[in-house]
Ligand binder design. Structure first.
Ligand code: CA
Length: 229
């Protein structure tokens, strides 16, 4: 499994529903984290840094609305899309009225196909490369579906690790990534890799990007990490 697959956090107190949803998300190629109540959801958000959260409205103790409100007030989690699940459309109206900041709402019983489409729609905005979108930065074009990279129309030869590094950078041009963040995203957090390995692959990526000439678009940020542009 590629380390850069998006992680979906499923928050649902009913075990059967949680499992069906997780099974389908995994079949679609997502990594899945699960929580069965609001408190656990907030812990899992910190532990698993999900790319998107599917959040049931009706949860014991801390409700889905409260979880969403907390996530949307914290800087680190504010931009993580939240899809709220609700049992009835009247509830959805109430949820909307409460302005929790949820990015989308789905009424139960929902079709799994529809929910998957909504998940993908949110990720196209926040993790475009991970859902097969074409990315462009300056004269560099990365096609996540065909795994092809070109610079000024000339195809670039890139190793798989360099490709994942580049797609990470191209999803958020200008963002400074620490070596640890790049390790988590590109190599996966379950694998032990020395942070110096990141420097080695950044070096290879730089070389690959300039194989037909052109400026080095990657910036080393002293004491912090790396950024594109
Ligand atoms: Ca529930």
């Amino acid at each position: 499994m590629a380390a850069d697959q998006p992680t979906v956090l499923v928050v649902e107190d009913e075990q059967a529903q949680r499992e069906v949803l997780s099974y389908n998300l995994e079949a679609e190629g997502f990594r899945v984290a699960q929580a069965e109540n609001g408190e656990e959801a907030l812990i899992k958000v910190d532990e698993d840094s999900p790319d998107i959260i599917v959040l049931d409205w009706m949860l014991p103790n801390v409700s889905g609305i409260e979880v969403c409100r907390q996530l949307k007030t914290r800087n680190e989690t504010r931009n993580v899309p939240v899809i709220m699940l609700s049992a009835r459309s009247e509830e959805v109206d109430r949820v909307r009225g409460l302005e929790t900041g949820a990015d989308d709402y789905v009424v139960k019983p929902y079709s799994v196909m529809e929910l998957m489409a909504r998940v993908r729609a949110q990720l196209r905005r926040t993790r475009p490369a991970a859902v097969g979108q074409r990315l462009q930065y300056d004269d560099i074009v990365l096609d996540a579906e065909t795994h092809k990279v070109t610079r000024g129309d000339a195809p670039l030869k890139l190793g798989p690790t360099e490709f994942r590094l580049l797609s990470t950078f191209m999803e958020k041009p200008g963002r400074v990534w620490t070596r640890e963040q790049l390790l988590d995203r590109v190599w996966g957090r379950d694998i032990y890799v020395d942070t110096r390995t990141v420097d080695v692959h950044i070096g290879r990526l730089r070389k690959a990007l300039c194989q037909h000439g052109g400026d080095d678009p990657l910036r080393t940020v002293r004491g912090a990490g790396y950024a594109l542009g």
